[in-house]
Design a protein around this ligand. Structure first.
Ligand code: DQA
Length: 146
């Protein structure tokens, strides 16, 4: 089984970026925690971050080619704007969990709509960096049941 974690724009700044919304954990720390948990379960996991919509789309296409089983996706600002990234994920048919560090529903109205949520297995929003680990826990239970 093969899991891909996809992080959208500005998430490379985690740790220093608006800590009241996003906490103080860095992206490297999140990715390391995910990699360790997956490794302990004997599951291959890769993380990818980009500030470029096209790079994220091409990583999703590659995931389709690679036969990735599940994804954890934080599309960041593209959540609210990107039909193109949505279509890429829909096109591969890879099941995924949508994760947001902040509770997008407690913030500005433009963050309330997601182009991804109706396609997702489920959505975790507002649980900070723990949200990624909870999403992984769920996917590990799916993988081990297969
Ligand atoms: C985010 C929420 C988005 O609205 C925002 O644009 C982000 C991060 C989150 O993880 O809380 O960049 O996806």
């Amino acid at each position: 089984p093969h899991l891909l974690v996809l992080h959208g724009p500005n998430l490379n700044l985690l740790g220093t970026r608006e800590p009241k919304h996003y906490g103080s954990t860095t992206l490297a720390e999140i990715n390391l925690a995910l990699a360790k948990r997956a490794e302990a379960a004997g599951v291959n996991l890769e993380s990818f971050q980009s500030n470029h919509e096209g790079a994220l789309i091409e990583r999703v296409h590659a995931a389709g080619q690679q036969g990735v089983s599940y994804m954890i996706v934080n599309p960041a600002a593209y959540t609210h704007t990107s039909v193109a990234l949505r279509d890429a994920i829909a096109g591969t048919g890879i099941p995924f969990i949508e994760v947001h560090l902040s509770n997008v529903h407690a913030r500005e109205a433009f963050r309330h709509h997601s182009y991804f949520s109706d396609l997702a297995i489920g959505v975790i929003t507002g649980l900070g960096s723990e949200g990624y680990l909870l999403a992984l826990e769920y996917l590990l239970s799916k993988v081990s049941a297969e």
